[in-house]
Design a protein around this ligand. Structure first.
Ligand code: GLN
Ligand code: ZN
Length: 781
């Protein structure tokens, strides 16, 4: 079937108004949804009460979006609410409940959602993984030949009806079928060779039913998100994904009863596919024009406009990944170019605003000048509305454009944004600054550390107890003074050191009790960063993080970790690791500046860390761990951009660590097991010891490292810290043996998968005690 020969939908299409966003934060301005859900989980409220809070939140969001300038009619307001996760919502809408949950889902969509998301003592929850190149995690769908598939449009239809009652014609939003199938994994019950994609046609048929239900409920538009279109990191090549999208939307577009379809391609560059997507029998197509680009030659020769004949183009010119005020003049120029080419253009965001906080006007403690440069979700919606007005009549928004010109000029000239000494130092970095002595020399020099074979250690944090949180909050509120707080932390460090000695670990940590968060802690101590009060962004489910804002050139006014590490080392004969967060992770989990290449910012952060390592070593610390759990996360979705990324990210880590003399042992920690793709980069970090997640995948990571000829220290996790379960000695022994079969013992370290901050003490002590015994058992064998 060819896409263009499909009939148009039978009903007449109301065009999408010329301003829209792809989605809005759903956690609530004060994280109301988190509190409501967690109190429901505790049994303090019932399903009806939670339902009511959620309904109020949805209503308030719609009202707010209209107040901020989105048209109330015509489908401009998206229905992007979710109790937990949008991919999980699609699983529920498809009725795709894995068989293993059949006895656990309860009687409502809500109980099913939480059962799948959280599991219980008899059911492992759905796996969670990162959503494209963001720090948001979705619940991975599980499919096999038997997984039921049947349309369940209840939530979609009820949200639409709620909106109608408010006098708003909203636009239901769903993860699209191709992306859904590509993000799903085969369940354990699947037959050999089964791939979720095998069921795409059935999935598409269910989507057709969902669309029919929405049309019957009066939806004018529906939004189907297909970020798979911009990714080279999925199980099939991008050219094939485009073919699947064409086949799928030819079918969906040809359905007789359906709303008008807006197909979106957020998070990356869809330029190469744009003409083909636009030619599909659907009514609107979105492209991310912040991360992505326009197919310039097709725009110039008129073929793009021809493809968009009868299709609206939602130009994603307002950045949904960052918190800077949009350069309105530049964004309007882009949209105007499209409109002048004869393309029916709608102003939109690059992606859902779920990745930015609600409202910058809540940040009353932020420096007023910095605040004037920022735009959170509410401000982005206003920017979309201004641009839409300007698209119709540029002169009518000249005052707003001029205001932003002034803001951008103010930002460029503000002290701290560009500091000559920092720029000069970064510019003077040479290749030699990124190189340590040869590996063999380092190995020899580090023998003085007397570290045994199969050395045992942990990843850094010990349980963050409620006492620690209470003390931190009391200090923040000024109820206890610095001396009292420091005294509390020293006592905590001493306790953690003694505990590790008792357990018998070889290389100790101070436990990170002073850190609220592994990035924010450093952001608060480095110049060039600001932290927010209410800038929460959903990470997964009810969890949110408050990314710091990296606004200026980065430098280190004073040592950040030295006093704690030195104190910890003073308490013990065994080596204590210094503990730092690496440059890439600091960038990945902050909002970064858009006025300097990320690579340059990374060098600045790396140099600050390099000075910190130097100070640690001078103060007697002999082992320093530099965590890079986000190295894989920032890998561009676009294969063409990956080499450049890996070059600067690995370079930044090396710049941070290469000042360390041979006798200093540099460790790193990576938080994921799938690094086949970046194994050269992991090797390129040139760390003396690398710890990685491995317990859940039963040491699958070790084989590729062995095949790769990895020659330095490696600590595949033998204790899965994601659950309170205590792994037995036998179980951990077996994992160590599995690893030892592929990696020589002198390279092998024994450690948990990740930090212990989310765990309780009881299970931690039991698990680490077993870990030490397991290491001894294998050593003795
Ligand atoms: N050192 C950190 C910790 O143990 C590492 C955390 C992480 O990998 N996310 O908490
Ligand atoms: Zn980790």
């Amino acid at each position: 079937m060819t896409a263009t020969s499909q009939p148009a939908p039978s009903q007449t299409v109301t065009p999408l108004p010329n301003a829209t966003i792809l989605g809005y934060p759903r956690i609530g301005r004060r994280r109301e949804l988190k509190r409501a859900i967690e109190s429901f989980w505790k049994g303090a409220t019932d399903e009806a009460q939670l339902g009511e809070t959620a309904r109020e939140l949805r209503a308030a969001t719609r009202t707010r979006l209209v107040e901020l300038g989105l048209p109330a009619t015509g489908g401009a307001v998206p229905e992007s609410f979710s109790f937990y996760d949008q991919v999980l919502d699609a699983t529920i809408a498809l009725g795709a409940i894995p068989h293993r949950f059949a006895d656990a889902v309860g009687s409502s969509d809500l109980t099913a959602t939480f059962a799948l998301a959280r599991g219980d003592k008899d059911h492992q929850p759905l796996e969670m993984t990162k959503w494209f190149d963001t720090n948001y995690h979705y619940s991975v769908p599980e499919l096999d030949e038997q997984t039921p598939l049947a349309a369940n449009s209840a939530a979609l239809v009820s949200y639409l009806a709620e909106a109608k009652e408010q006098g708003i014609e909203s636009r239901p939003v769903l993860v699209g079928p191709v992306t859904y199938a590509l993000l799903a994994k085969a369940s354990d019950a699947a037959g050999e060779g089964f791939a979720p994609l095998d069921r795409l046609d059935e999935i598409v048929a269910v989507y057709a039913q969902l669309l029919a239900d929405l049309a019957a409920a009066g939806a004018a538009w529906v939004q189907l998100d297909e970020p798979a279109l911009v990714s080279d990191s999925l199980s099939v090549p991008r050219a094939e994904i485009l073919a699947l999208v064409e086949r799928t939307y030819a079918t969906l577009g040809g359905a007789s009863a359906r709303p008008a379809i807006l197909l979106t391609a957020p998070y990356g560059d869809s330029a190469a596919a744009l003409s083909r997507i636009a030619a599909l029998p659907i009514e609107a197509v979105q492209a991310d024009l912040v991360r992505g680009s326009l197919p310039e030659s097709e725009l110039a020769d008129g073929s793009l406009a021809a493809a968009f004949e009868g299709t609206q183009f939602v130009a994603g010119v307002v950045d949904g990944r960052n918190i800077w005020r949009t350069n309105l003049r530049a964004a309007l120029a882009t949209a105007t170019r499209l409109q002048d080419a004869g393309i029916a253009t709608v102003i939109g965001t690059s992606n859902s605003l779920q990745h930015v906080p609600h409202d910058v006007s809540d940040e009353t403690k932020l420096d007023a000048r910095l605040r004037s440069w920022l735009a959170f979700a509410d401000q982005k919606v206003e920017q979309v509305a201004i641009l839409a007005k300007g698209l119709a009549d540029a002169a009518s928004v000249e005052a707003e454009l001029a205001e932003v010109d002034a803001v951008l000029a103010d930002r460029a000239a503000a002290p701290g944004v560009s500091t000559a000494a920092i720029r000069d130092r970064a510019a003077a970095v040479t290749a030699a600054d990124r190189d340590r002595a040869p590996e063999g020399d380092r190995r020899d020099a580090q023998r003085a550390l007397n570290i045994p074979e199969l050395a045992t250690t942990t990843i850094g944090s010990f349980p963050q107890t409620s006492e620690i949180r209470v003390a931190r909050a009391a200090f923040a509120r000024g109820e206890i003074d610095q001396a009292a707080y420091d005294g509390f932390l020293r006592a905590e460090i001493e306790r953690v050191i003694r505990l590790q000695e008792e357990i018998g670990l070889d290389v100790l940590v101070h436990g990170e009790a002073e850190r609220n968060d592994m990035v924010q802690y450093f952001a608060e101590l480095l110049d060039g960063f600001a932290v927010t009060e209410h800038g929460w962004v959903q990470s997964y489910g009810t969890r949110a993080t408050r990314p710091s804002i990296l606004w200026g050139d980065v430098s280190r006014p004073a040592p950040m970790t030295v006093a704690w590490s030195v104190y910890a080392q003073s308490l013990t004969e065994r080596p204590v690791k210094g503990m730092l967060t690496g440059p890439v992770t600091i960038l990945a989990w902050s909002f970064v500046r858009d006025d300097l290449p990320l690579a340059d910012t990374a060098s600045q952060v790396a140099l600050a860390l390099r000075d910190e390592i130097n100070d640690l070593v001078e103060a007697g610390i002999k082992i320093v761990q530099v965590d890079e759990p986000a190295l894989r996360e920032l890998l561009p979705l676009d294969a063409d951009r990956q080499a450049a990324y890996l070059d600067w990210s690995v370079g930044a880590f090396r710049l941070a660590t290469a000042g360390a003399a041979s006798e200093v042992q540099i460790h790193t920690h990576l938080c994921y097991s799938e690094f086949g793709e970046i194994i050269d980069a992991v090797d390129g970090l040139d760390a003396d010891v690398t710890s990685i997640e491995a317990a859940r995948s039963r040491m699958d990571v070790v084989e590729p490292l062995g095949d790769h000829g990895y020659s330095r220290g490696i600590g595949p996790g033998v204790y899965d810290i994601h659950s309170p379960r205590v792994p037995s000695v036998a179980e951990q022994t077996e994992l160590i043996q599995l690893a030892a079969a592929r990696i020589p013992g002198e390279q092998l370290w024994v450690n948990p998968d990740c930090g212990l901050k989310t765990r309780g003490y009881e299970e931690t002590v039991a698990s680490l005690t077993n870990l030490v015994q397991a290491a001894r058992a294998v050593r003795g064998a």
